[in-house]
Design a protein around this ligand. Structure first.
Ligand code: PLP
Length: 447
C-alpha cells in the first residue's frame, strides 16, 4: 500500500495514544516500515538512527533473530496458556524464577501484566489489599512526585503528574498527592545534591503529616523521572526516600518501567541505588518491546500478608494475558542477551552518549545536559544565563522532532524543549556519534 493511502486510512480510523487528535489529523502519521539493530526505515525508504529505542523499550535493538525464533518456537508449541485457576506454562514459571533470582533483596514474587500501566494499577490494588489484610483499611492515600509518570490506567493516571493525563477527564484523584520533584536544573533550593535530598525528605514528611500519617498507603518514585523530562535525582535520593518511607511506615514503590533492564546500566536501577523497595514495576525492556509484557516484583512480607489475608479465597486480580507464554519466552531470550554482552555494551555506549551530549553544552540552545547510562536529555533554552525555557507548546517540539527526522535521527522532543535520548543498548560507537552529530545539525538549523 502506498504511503498516501496509509496516511488517509490512519486519519480516518486509528486513534493515536497521547496525541492531539486535531493536530495529528493535520500533520498526518509517519509510518515506519522496517528496522534492524538501531536503524529504522520509514515508508519512504529513509533510514534513521533510533535514538529513542521505539518508546524507550527496544533495548536489544530491532530484528534480533534469536528473539524472533524464541517467539516463533513458543507460538508453535503453545501459543497461549492461562495462569488462572492454578494453570501455567513453563516459560512463565521459568521467567518468574530467573527474574526473582536477579531482583534486589527479597523481591521474590513476580506478577506478570501486559505493560507498565497495568503493572502500576496492579500495585495499587495489591497495596490496598495488603493494608486491609493488616487491618489498617484507612490507609488509602497515595503519594507520588511532580513530573512523575506512572502510566495512564484509570487509577495510575492520578499518580502521573503531567497535566494532559488529568485535564478533561474529570476523574477525581483526591486520594492521590504529590511532592515537588528533585529537578536539579530548575529547583528552588538550587542544584546542591544534599539540599535537594533534604528538600524532598522534608516535603514527604510534611505531606504525610498533612494527610495524616495513619492514612498513607504508599509512595511512588522513578529512579530517573522519564516522561517528566529525564530528571535525574542526586545520588542517594532514592535511598534517602526509601529509608524515610520505612521510618514513616509506608510502602515504597520503585517504578522501573523505563530504568529496568539495562537502561541505566544494571538490570534494576534499584541495585545501583542500593535499595530494596517493597515493589518494583517493570515493562518495556523486559521483552525489549517485541511483545507486550510487564512485571510487578513483590517483596516476601507483602506476599505473605496478602496470602494470609485471603486464606482460601481467590484474590480477584488478573488478566487473560497475565503470564503469556509467548511474552515469557521472549523475556527469557532477552534476559540471556542482556547477560551475554548487551548490558556491557549499554554501559560503554552510555558513557559515549553522555560524553557526546556533554560536548553539546557549548551550543547556544543547550541549557542542561543530564542522564545516566543510555537514558539522557538535553534541555533547550532561549537564554542560557536566565534559563529562559522554549515556549511550552507542542508545535516547536514537533518542529525540532521533524527536523531531526529529516536529518536521520529519531529523538523524543518534549513539549517543554527537552530532547530525550534512550537508544538501543546495542548501539555501536558510529551510531552514537551519528546521534550526536545529527543532534548538533538539528540544533544549528533550529537557531
Ligand atoms: N511507568 C513509567 C515510569 C513509564 O515510563 C511508563 C511508560 O512510559 C509507564 C509506567 C506505563 O507503561 P505502559 O506505557 O507500558 O503502560
Amino acid at each position: 500500500m502506498n504511503s498516501n493511502s496509509l496516511i488517509e486510512l490512519d486519519r480516518a480510523h486509528l486513534i493515536h495514544p497521547v496525541a492531539s487528535y486535531r493536530g495529528h489529523e493535520k500533520l498526518g502519521v509517519r509510518v515506519l516500515a522496517s528496522a534492524k539493530g538501531a536503524t529504522v526505515t520509514d515508508a519512504s525508504g529513509r533510514q534513521l538512527v533510533d535514538g529513542f529505542a521505539g518508546l524507550w523499550c527496544v533495548n536489544a535493538g530491532f530484528g534480533h533473530e534469536t528473539i524472533v525464533e524464541a517467539a516463533a518456537k513458543q507460538m508453535r508449541e503453545l501459543p497461549y496458556a492461562t495462569a488462572y485457576f492454578g494453570l501455567g506454562s513453563e516459560p512463565a514459571i521459568r521467567l518468574a524464577s530467573e527474574l526473582a533470582e536477579r531482583a534486589p533483596g527479597d523481591l521474590n514474587h513476580v506478577y506478570f501484566t501486559l505493560g507498565g500501566s497495568d503493572a502500576i494499577d496492579s500495585t495499587i490494588r495489591f497495596i490496598r489489599y495488603y493494608w486491609i489484610a493488616r487491618r489498617e483499611p484507612q490507609r488509602d492515600q497515595f503519594i507520588s512526585v511532580e513530573q512523575g509518570y506512572h502510566g495512564s490506567s484509570t487509577a495510575g493516571a492520578g499518580l502521573t503528574a503531567l497535566p494532559a493525563f488529568h485535564t478533561g477527564f474529570g476523574i477525581p484523584f483526591d486520594w492521590q498527592h504529590k511532592i515537588s520533584s528533585h529537578y536539579a536544573y530548575r529547583n528552588p533550593v538550587g542544584d546542591d545534591p544534599q539540599a535537594i535530598i533534604a528538600a524532598s525528605l522534608t516535603a514527604l514528611r510534611r505531606k504525610v503529616e498533612e494527610i495524616g500519617p495513619e492514612r498513607v498507603a504508599a509512595f511512588y518514585a522513578e529512579p530517573i523521572q522519564g516522561s517528566g523530562g529525564v530528571l535525574v535525582p542526586p545520588r542517594g535520593w532514592m535511598k534517602a526516600m526509601r529509608e524515610l518511607c520505612r521510618e514513616l511506615g509506608i510502602l515504597f514503590v520503585a517504578d522501573e518501567v523505563i530504568t529496568g533492564f539495562g537502561r541505566t546500566g544494571p538490570l534494576f536501577a534499584s541495585t545501583e541505588d542500593e535499595i530494596v523497595p517493597d515493589f518494583i514495576t517493570t515493562a518495556k525492556g523486559l521483552t525489549s518491546g517485541y511483545v507486550p509484557m510487564g512485571a510487578v516484583f513483590m517483596a516476601d512480607h507483602i506476599y505473605q500478608t496478602i496470602a494470609d489475608g485471603a486464606g482460601a479465597s481467590a484474590i480477584g486480580h488478573g488478566y487473560t494475558y497475565s503470564a503469556h507464554p509467548v511474552s515469557a519466552a521472549v523475556g527469557l531470550e532477552v534476559l540471556k542477551l542482556y547477560e551475554n554482552g548487551l548490558l556491557e555494551n549499554g554501559v560503554k555506549a552510555g558513557a559515549r552518549l553522555m560524553g557526546g551530549l556533554e560536548s553539546l553544552r557549548d551550543h547556544p540552545l543547550v541549557g542542561d545536559v543530564r542522564g545516566r547510562g543510555m537514558l539522557a536529555a538535553i534541555e533547550l533554552v532561549i537564554d542560557k544565563a536566565n534559563k529562559t525555557p522554549l515556549p511550552a507548546a507542542a508545535e516547536p517540539a514537533r518542529r525540532i522532532f521533524d527536523r531531526a527526522w529529516e536529518n536521520g535521527l529519531v529523538i523524543r522532543a518534549f513539549a517543554n524543549g527537552v530532547l530525550g535520548y534512550a537508544p538501543p543498548l546495542c548501539c555501536s560507537e558510529t551510531e552514537i556519534e551519528a546521534i550526536i552529530e545529527r543532534t548538533r545539525q538539528t540544533l544549528d538549523e533550529t537557531l
